[in-house]
Design a protein around this ligand. Structure first.
Ligand code: SF4
Length: 364
């Protein structure tokens, strides 16, 4: 299949691996920020193919995982309101909040429905005019434009019972935050592929300029990732950190301007609360004044109650790249994909679930 087969080419992959081995002389740390990259790297056994000089870390790029308990609790509190239909992406259903999950709330009788897009939620609102339909808006810059489109669609159709709980996160500010925290001394960053299709590569320029860290945007096939690592190693070994794109078929430096315009017509930049990192200025999106009436949090009166973190769960430090899933005492014992304790074991892009499914020796 075009655009797939050539990026899974074994011979090309072997050549890239050989070149990486040849180029890499000093110990370096690379972080992939995107949960999709984490899955691809494990699925294709890429960590094992790289030289011992390269340590790969996973970052805070799984949208479900980085959603703070305080925000999950808001979604659950909204689900308890009468005459409300909660609509959400499937991954969010089983994520435990402080005391419950959307799945448990559904089992108790709340109307919680999985949708594949925010547009589906608008249709549910249209078909249920006597109910308030709330979409749980999680995700990065990749999904925010589609949610913005759903809000405009609802407005244009005169649908008055559609709301969004905006929990969106922005990627470059959290990269900056991880670099500022400085717990992991990164030499290079594998920049997210899907996010970059929207924002482009320009927003990453601060990474080499301000931190002297190499950065390359990657796709999700094995050859994409190996090419990205090869380019990162080259930048690091030659002492020339910059921003490059190893995913030219999906990403332009300037991004997708119509999608960005749509996103910023409906949303404005705000603070966001990240699991394991805390409140980070300018790292999220909220509805702007013009579209404020669609904001579920301001429209409904909810009291999510006190926040409680899952005991023993170290998702927070895993999301900062400080620890790895096998460092958690609960990993694979009391915490499994069937009985997840924390969000990193629930989401298909979560580090713990990925280690569980693909990290056969748990050594990563
Ligand atoms: Fe949290 Fe489970 Fe991962 Fe441990 S294994 S960090 S409890 S999600």
């Amino acid at each position: 299949m075009k655009f797939i087969d050539e990026y899974r080419d074994r011979e090309l992959g072997k050549r890239l691996i050989a070149r990486i081995h040849h180029q890499s002389t000093k110990p370096i740390k690379l972080m992939e920020f995107c949960g999709g990259h984490t899955v691809a790297i494990f699925k294709h056994g890429i960590r094992q193919l790289l030289p011992k000089t390269i340590e790969m870390l996973s970052g805070p790029g799984c949208p479900v995982c980085v959603t703070a308990n305080s925000d999950l609790d808001k979604a659950i509190a909204l689900a308890h309101l009468p005459n409300v239909i909660i609509t959400t992406f499937g991954d969010m259903l089983r994520v435990p909040g402080s005391y419950s999950s959307l799945q448990l709330t559904k089992a108790e009788g709340s109307d919680v429905r999985v949708v594949y897009s925010a547009q589906d939620a608008v249709y549910i609102a249209r078909d249920n005019p006597d109910k308030s339909v709330i979409f749980i808006g999680i995700g990065f810059e990749t999904t925010a434009p589609t949610i913005a489109a759903s809000i405009q669609q609802a407005e244009q159709a005169g649908i008055k019972n559609y709301y969004v709980l905006p929990l969106h996160k922005l990627c470059p500010p959290i990269m900056k935050s991880i670099l500022d925290i400085g717990e992991v001394n990164l030499d290079g960053i594998i920049c997210p592929g899907h996010v970059s299709t929207i924002i482009g590569s320009y927003p990453y320029q601060f990474i080499p300029d301000d931190y002297g860290v190499a950065s390359v945007v990657s796709g999700f096939e094995p050859v994409d990732i190996l090419l990205c690592v090869d380019m990162l190693v080259n930048q690091i070994e030659t002492g020339q950190p910059k921003v490059e794109i190893a995913y030219r078929r999906g990403v332009k430096a300037e991004g997708n301007q119509p999608a960005l315009k749509l996103m910023y017509t409906v949303f404005e930049v705000s603070t966001a609360n990240w699991r394991g990192i805390g409140v980070v200025p300018s790292s999220g999106l909220k509805l702007n004044n013009r579209y404020q009436r669609f904001d579920a949090e301001t429209h409904f009166n909810i009291d999510p109650g006190p926040i409680r973190e899952p005991q023993g769960c170290i998702c927070g430090s895993i999301l900062r790249g400080v620890t790895k899933p096998p460092d958690c005492k609960l990993f694979g014992k009391t915490c499994t994909p069937e009985h997840p304790v924390g969000p990193c074991m629930v989401s298909s892009e979560g580090s713990c679930a990925t280690y569980y499914h693909y990290g056969a020796d748990y050594g990563g």
